[in-house]
Structures are given as structure tokens and as C-alpha cells.
Design a protein around this ligand. Structure first.
Ligand SMILES: NC(=O)c1ccc[n+]([C@@H]2O[C@H](COP(=O)([O-])OP(=O)(O)OC[C@H]3O[C@@H](n4cnc5c(N)ncnc54)[C@H](OP(=O)(O)O)[C@@H]3O)[C@@H](O)[C@H]2O)c1
Length: 285
């Protein structure tokens, strides 16, 4: 399959591209033209050029302003990258009959008690709201939207994952503050990449949660599980409440997702978090 990826050099993109290439796909990374205007008109012109040139069968959109606090400070950029960009891409892909768009969204838009089905929505911050707005045009034009959260070894030094950050702090001998009142159900980068590939190949349209088992766990328990798995018995993890941090944007406390819809669509078992950690960080047996 010829697949064009937008947001290719970020955390997920830098893992997904080599994964797709290893699976035998022709993978094209969208590259922003240096010096080109980064406003809506400038980006749209660059997207149009890339789409016309690649004539892709599959497209993955990973462009986003992912820093939650930065979204509060720059509403215009958050709206452009998180909401307008998916609309532009959906529209521009009308030029390539048979093309299929998969857009990655987030579990941040679940702001109430979980585990959440896809119908839930309660944005607590600008990031969540703008990501939510970005989902509509993709769904309206028959694409796939994946709400997710992920961890694993980042291939790019520019962007660390949550697990990279935890292990980096532990390696430094630091005391690592970990939230015991924030729940989530992340997937590893390997499973998420395989899931994206399967959805593209089967052209599965619709809105899906993509997470590990719905009982989820707190970020503190995740950190403890990861360190135990790697035999880091000396890790100094300090469980604490997210309330102790003066964060600019309010954060959801329970982002756990029900991923049964995705499991049905792909005839897939919702993975267990232990398996996901083992996939990302194979322990020496
Ligand atoms: N990281 C997480 O834990 C997490 C959790 C849940 C959901 N997600 C979602 O997963 C997707 C990928 O996340 P990620 O962590 O891989 O993102 P990331 O590392 O922050 O990368 C985002 C990408 O957006 C593009 N971008 C940033 N600023 C831009 C600008 N001004 N103009 C055009 N493009 C710009 C960049 O693409 P290029 O430089 O390559 O062009 C960058 O690689 C996003 O949709 C995010 O909302 C992430």
C-alpha cells in the first residue's frame, strides 16, 4: 500500500514509518518545506502538493500541537493543527479517489469517570476540545479516527514518551514523581502501529478507542509495573496527586478507554498492559 504520513517526525511517526516500511508498504513522509508559510493557507498548499505528488492509497495524520499547556497559550495554533489540519486533509483527499484517511486523536477528551466508550466526551482543556473538533471532518468523509494513548521507546531524541521519561529519571537516580490519581489504559507503540496498519489495509471507517484492557491503571502503578518488569528494584518512585502540580491546563483524572469496538472490528483481543510492557521492553528471560 502507498501510505503518506503527516506528522512523520514526531514520537508516533518516527516509530510508525519504519514499522510500515518493514511490512513492505511504500511509505512517504510529508516534509514541511523550509521557509514556506506555516499558516492555514501555507500548510494547505503544501498538503495539496504532497497529496498530488504521492497519490496515496492510505494517509495517516499525526500532526498535532500535543503539548497540553501550550494549547492553552496558543489557541490559534492549537485550532490550526488539531482541528483545521484534519479538515484540510479530509477535503484534499477528495482529489484522490479510493484514498483512505486515518487520523489519530486522544484519550484526553475523556474528562469524567471511565472506562469510557466512544460516545463519552467531556473536554477539560483546549487540547481536548480542538482534538475533538478535528475528528468530525474525518468521520464525515468516511475516514477512521483512533483515540489513543501510547508508550514505548521513542526512536527520536526530540520526543520522549512517558516510559522513556520514567526510565530516564530512574537511570539518573532521581526521585520520580508519579500520579496515583490519574488513570489511563495505554497501548505500546508496537501494538498501536500494527493496529494502524490493519485499519488502513482493511479501510475500517469510524471512531475507535485504541487502548489496553479497560480496567487500566494509575500512572503511578504503570511506573511501578514498568520498573518491576525491568528489575529496577532501586527505583525511587514517589506517588503523588496531580493536584499538587500547578498545571496551566486542567487534566482529566480518568482517561481509561473501552476498546471493545476496535477489538470487534479487527477480530482482536484487547491487550493486557503486562503484555504491552513486555512488547515494548522485552525482559531478559
Ligand atoms: N504523545 C502521546 O502520548 C499522545 C497520546 C495520545 C494521543 N496522541 C496523539 O497522537 C498523535 C501523534 O502524537 P505524537 O506524540 O507523535 O506527536 P508529536 O511528537 O508532538 O509530533 C506532532 C507532529 O506534528 C507536526 N507539527 C508540529 N507543529 C507543526 C506545525 N506548526 N505545522 C505543521 N506540522 C506541525 C510535526 O510534524 P513534522 O515535523 O514531522 O512535519 C510533529 O512531528 C497526535 O495526534 C496526538 O494528539 C499522542
Amino acid at each position: 500500500m502507498r501510505i503518506l504520513v503527516f506528522g512523520a517526525s514526531g514520537l508516533l511517526g518516527s516509530f510508525l514509518l519504519p514499522h510500515l516500511a518493514r511490512s513492505g508498504h511504500e511509505v512517504i513522509a510529508f516534509r514541511r518545506q523550509p521557509g514556506a508559510a506555516g499558516d492555514a493557507r501555507g500548510l494547505e498548499a503544501q498538503f495539496a502538493h504532497a497529496i498530488d505528488e504521492a497519490r496515496p492509497q492510505g494517509v495517516v495524520n499525526l500532526i498535532a500541537l500535543t503539548q497540553v499547556d501550550a494549547c492553552e497559550d496558543d489557541l490559534a495554533l492549537a485550532s490550526l493543527l488539531n482541528a483545521q489540519v484534519p479538515e484540510m486533509l479530509s477535503r484534499l483527499l477528495g482529489r484522490v479517489p479510493g484514498s483512505f484517511l486515518l487520523h489519530v486523536s486522544t484519550d484526553q477528551l475523556y474528562g469524567t469517570a471511565g472506562p469510557h466508550p466512544e460516545e463519552d466526551f467531556h473536554p477539560l482543556n483546549v487540547y481536548a476540545l480542538t482534538k475533538y473538533h478535528g475528528e468530525f471532518p474525518v468521520l464525515e468523509r468516511g475516514g477512521c479516527v483512533l483515540r489513543t494513548n501510547f508508550f514505548g521507546r521513542s526512536p527520536t531524541p526530540a520526543r520522549a514518551s512517558l516510559s522513556d521519561w520514567i526510565l530516564g529519571e530512574v537511570a539518573k537516580g532521581a526521585t520520580v514523581p508519579v500520579f496515583d490519581d490519574v488513570l489511563f489504559s495505554p497501548l505500546g507503540l508496537h501494538t498501536l502501529s500494527r493496529t494502524i496498519e490493519a485499519l488502513l489495509l482493511r479501510r475500517v471507517a469510524g471512531l475507535f478507542n485504541a487502548g489496553s484492557a479497560q480496567q487500566g491503571l494509575s500512572k503511578a502503578d504503570f511506573a511501578a509495573l514498568l520498573c518491576r518488569h525491568l528489575g529496577l528494584s532501586g527505583a525511587r518512585l514517589e506517588p503523588r496527586s496531580i493536584e499538587r502540580l500547578a498545571l496551566r491546563a486542567p487534566r482529566p483524572r480518568d482517561m481509561r478507554m473501552r476498546s471493545a469496538r476496535l477489538a470487534d472490528a479487527l477480530a482482536w483481543q484487547v491487550p493486557d498492559i503486562h503484555e504491552e510492557i513486555e512488547h515494548e521492553y522485552p525482559a531478559a528471560h
